[in-house]
Design a protein around this ligand. Structure first.
Ligand code: PMP
Length: 400
C-alpha cells in the first residue's frame, strides 16, 4: 500500500518530550524531561473507592453520556470556580479530554488555516505543535519576567491582525513565569479593543508555593461569562491525576456550544465512567488539603533542586526560582547548545528537554527545562550531579 497522508500531517512533528520519554523508558536514565506529577501524589485508594461507588450506580456509568460532560461534575466545577472569582453556569462549560483537548477544540472552531495566533516565547510546545498541525501561523511576542511586552503585543497586533492570543499567565510551561496584574489587564485591554480572543491555559494555577494570594485568572478579570474575550481552560491532571484525562473549558455560551459541536465530531464525549468516578471522588474528598500536600511536596522538591544546582557553582548558568508549577527554566552560556548537551547528558544517565522545542521562532538554543516533581530526593541529587558532569564534559569539548 502506498499511503498518502494529508498535507496538514506534514506539519506533524513528534513531540521532543515524548521522544525523550521513550529514550528514558525501561533503563537507568533519570528523567527531568517530562511534565509528570509525582506518582505518590495520586489518591489511589480514594480513587479505587470512587470507582466502586461509580459501579454501584449500575450501568449508567458505562453508558454514553452528554457531550458537554457529566452534569454533577460540571456543577461541582461551577462551585469550585466561584471560589476563584469566576461566575459561570453549566452552560458556560464543557468537560474535555484533558485541557489539551480544549486547546484543540477551540483551534478547530475559531481558527482557519493561515490565521494568526500570538504566543509567548517560549511557550507550551504541544500548543505550538497543535497550531502548526492545523495550519495556523504562530507568531511569538517578546516578553520578560512580568509577562508579554505590551508594546510588542501592540506592534504584532497591528502587523499580523491575529484572531487569537494563547497564554499561560500563571506558572507557565516552560518558564514558570507569573504575569503581573498590569500585563494581565494590558493584554485584556488590547484584545478587547481589537476583538481578539484570548485562550487562557491554566493547568498549574493551583500549584502555588509563594504564599501570595492566588493569582487572578484573565477570565475572572474580564467581563464574564457572557461576552468574555477569554476562553479559560484548566485540568484535573495536576491536582488529581493525568490518567483521568479530564479537564474543562469555560467561556461565553456561543463559543462553548461551538466547541461542543466540534467535540461531538471528535470523540462524542469524554469517558463517562471516569467522569462519574471523578465526581464520586470529589464529593467525598478534601481536595483543598490534597492540593496543599501537593504544594508542600513540590515546593520541597523545587527547593531541593534549586539548592543542588546552586551547589554546583556553574558559571554563567542562570535560572529563577519558580513561584509555582512544575518546571525550572535554565539559561546556559550562549556557546552551549542544549540539544547537543542532551546527548552527553543521556550518555551520563540524565535527560531534560532542550529549550528550543518551546520556541515558535527566534529560538534560543542555550535554554533547557527541568522538571522537579517526578523524582524523589535521592534521584534528584543523582540527576543534578549527572547533569553537572555532562556540562563539565561538554564545556571541555566546546570552548566559548
Ligand atoms: N497546557 C499546558 C501548558 C500543559 O503543560 C499541559 C500538560 N503538560 C496541558 C495543557 C495538557 O494537560 P492535560 O491535557 O493533561 O489537561
Amino acid at each position: 500500500m502506498e499511503y498518502s497522508f494529508s498535507k496538514s500531517s506534514e506539519a506533524l512533528s513528534s513531540s521532543v518530550v515524548r521522544e525523550i520519554l521513550k529514550l528514558t523508558q525501561g533503563n537507568s536514565i533519570l528523567s527531568l524531561a517530562g511534565g509528570l506529577p509525582a506518582a505518590d501524589s495520586f489518591p489511589v485508594a480514594e480513587m479505587r473507592e470512587a470507582f466502586n461507588r461509580a459501579f454501584e450506580q449500575g450501568s449508567t456509568s458505562l453508558q454514553y453520556g452528554l457531550t458537554d460532560g457529566y452534569l454533577p461534575l460540571r456543577q461541582w466545577i461551577v462551585k469550585r470556580m466561584a471560589q476563584k472569582q469566576i461566575q459561570v453556569s453549566v452552560d458556560n462549560m464543557l468537560v474535555t479530554t484533558g485541557s489539551q483537548q480544549a486547546v484543540d477544540l477551540l483551534t478547530r472552531v475559531y481558527l482557519d488555516k493561515d490565521d494568526v495566533v500570538l504566543v509567548e516565547n517560549p511557550t507550551y510546545l504541544a500548543a505550538i505543535q497543535l497550531f502548526q498541525f492545523r495550519g495556523v501561523r504562530v507568531i511569538p511576542v517578546d516578553g520578560d519576567d512580568e509577562g508579554m511586552d505590551l508594546d510588542d503585543l501592540a506592534n504584532k497586533i497591528a502587523k499580523y491582525r491575529p484572531k487569537m492570543v494563547y497564554v499561560i499567565p500563571t506558572f507557565a510551561n516552560p518558564t514558570a513565569k507569573v504575569w503581573s496584574m498590569e500585563r494581565r489587564l494590558g493584554l485584556l485591554r488590547q484584545c478587547r479593543e481589537h476583538n481578539i480572543l484570548i485562550l487562557e491555559d491554566d493547568p498549574y494555577g493551583e500549584i502555588q508555593f509563594d504564599g501570595e494570594p492566588p493569582y487572578r485568572s484573565l477570565f475572572s478579570l474580564d467581563e464574564h461569562p457572557h461576552n468574555s474575550c477569554v476562553v479559560y481552560t484548566s485540568t484535573f491532571s495536576k491536582i488529581v491525576a493525568p490518567g483521568l484525562r479530564t479537564g474543562w473549558a469555560l467561556g461565553d455560551e456561543r463559543v462553548i456550544q461551538m466547541m461542543v459541536k466540534a467535540k461531538q465530531a471528535v470523540d462524542l464525549q469524554s469517558s463517562t465512567i471516569d467522569q462519574v468516578a471523578l465526581y464520586q471522588l470529589l464529593s467525598q474528598f478534601d481536595l483543598d488539603s490534597h492540593i496543599e500536600k501537593i504544594r508542600e511536596s513540590y515546593k520541597e522538591r523545587m527547593e531541593w533542586m534549586h539548592e543542588l544546582m546552586t551547589r554546583q557553582q556553574w558559571e554563567g548558568i542562570t535560572w529563577q526560582k519558580p513561584r509555582g508549577g512544575m518546571f525550572l527554566w535554565v539559561t546556559l552560556p550562549e556557546h552551549i547548545i542544549s540539544a547537543e548537551l542532551l546527548k552527553v547528558a543521556v550518555a551520563k544517565g540524565v535527560a531534560f528537554v532542550p529549550g528550543e522545542a518551546f520556541y515558535a521562532s527566534d529560538t534560543k538554543t542555550n535554554t533547557l527545562r527541568l522538571n522537579y516533581t517526578l523524582l524523589n530526593r535521592e534521584d534528584t541529587e543523582l540527576a543534578i550531579s549527572r547533569l553537572g558532569s555532562a556540562i563539565e564534559e561538554y564545556s571541555k569539548v566546546v570552548v566559548p
